[in-house]
Design a binder for this molecule. Structure first.
Ligand SMILES: Nc1nc2c(ncn2[C@@H]2O[C@H](COP(=O)(O)OP(=O)(O)OP(=O)(O)O)[C@@H](O)[C@H]2O)c(=O)[nH]1
Ligand SMILES: [Mg+2]
Length: 327
């Protein structure tokens, strides 16, 4: 236990030791966390309190005691859920803060984030959900975080370029593997009898603030197997973030279609976002059930159609198509 703790801390700690119910214990631990000073000497103990809180919260949910809405249950918004993962201090919160409308706490103190925070990132005219997460830790991984990762459409696996990124990658992949989560590009290359979840991964080497660090990025790329999709970025200076946004968009395998009424212009700020391969039939379902049930024909303006071409329900939509539906 570190010295120089404020007197309040010991009072709360005493209450914690005497507490009987999980709710009381959680309240005390949260209070202790807010009192304890943040510095290197308290890193370990703060991480330990967070683990205890997580364990208490999940056992509380399982027992069906009080109504508990988990911070890890995040509704999907937009065309895909993208989780930002990595060990502590790599810059996950800084990235989500920079790219989305959310403002998670960014700090040089390890183990700052302890619950996920979703935000929406605008790529071109599409809002994509990005989720900041607590650090991956060998000792304990919140079961609900594991579920969140398994359900994700894409993992942004972040490394701190300035502190042994190759080891961080190894650690992170190992932790994921222990939880039966395998990067998609390794499908067929891992020997396991268990059921596993394959999730696409893009590796981000963060803190590549300027050209002087490009050489380390290149060495890292040579060190790790070449099939890893990897982008060097800086959440702080904004370096290569446009490239990252485009790569996220491309990985989600989506296309945008614009609906228009006869004799009107389409609204290019409001695309209907669909999976690649979607047909006109799928599009009618997105617009309204009347169109789905009673569609007579549609006109399309786009890359594979001549302007105003009449198409049928089986027409395969392309990114950027403008569609006019007729009943
Ligand atoms: N130089 C530099 N520093 C960065 C960059 N991104 C983040 N940082 C710094 O790295 C430290 C950690 O950033 P966070 O975003 O809090 O890291 P985190 O991964 O969310 O950490 P945990 O919440 O503990 O998991 C902070 O001091 C940031 O200012 C970057 O691109 N360049
Ligand atoms: Mg964080």
């Amino acid at each position: 236990m570190p010295t120089n703790l404020p007197p309040d801390f010991y009072e709360v700690e005493k209450r914690f030791r005497l507490a009987k119910s999980p709710a009381e214990k959680i309240a005390c631990l949260e209070e202790m966390l807010s009192i304890i000073p943040k510095h290197k000497g308290t890193d370990h103990i703060r991480a330990d309190y967070r683990r205890q809180i997580s364990k208490l919260k999940s056992s509380k949910t399982q027992k069906g005691g009080s109504i508990h809405v988990s911070a890890f249950r995040i509704d999907r918004e937009g065309p895909g859920q993208v989780v930002v993962l990595g060990t502590t201090n790599v810059g996950k919160s800084a990235l989500v803060d920079k790219l989305t409308n959310a403002s998670p706490e960014v700090s040089s103190t390890p183990y700052t984030t302890w619950k996920p925070t979703p935000g929406m990132m605008l790529v071109d005219n599409v809002q994509i959900q990005l989720i900041d997460t607590p650090p991956l830790d060998r000792e304990y991984l919140e079961p609900e975080l594991v579920d969140l990762i398994r359900r994700a459409d894409l993992i942004l696996l972040m490394l701190d370029l300035q502190t042994h990124p190759d080891q961080q990658l190894e650690t992170t992949v190992e932790i994921l593997k222990q939880n039966r989560i395998i990067p998609s590009h390794m499908e067929g290359k891992t020997d396991t009898d268990q059921y596993v979840w394959y999730v696409p991964v893009i590796v981000l080497t963060n803190k590549c603030d300027d050209e002087s660090l490009d050489e380390i990025c290149e060495i890292l790329q040579e060190l790790i197997e070449d099939e890893w999709p990897i982008i060097s970025i800086s959440a702080e200076t904004g370096r290569n973030l446009d490239q990252l946004k485009q790569s996220v968009f491309d990985s989600l395998d989506i296309l945008r279609v614009y609906s228009k009424a006869p004799d009107e212009e389409p609204n290019f700020n409001q695309p209907v976002v669909m999976k690649n391969g979607a047909t006109l039939e799928d599009f009618t379902k997105e617009i309204h059930k009347d169109f789905h049930e009673k569609l007579k024909f549609a006109k399309v303006w786009g890359s594979t159609a001549f302007d105003g071409q009449m198409v049928q329900r089986d027409y395969v939509l392309q990114d950027g198509d403008v569609v006019e539906l007729h009943l």
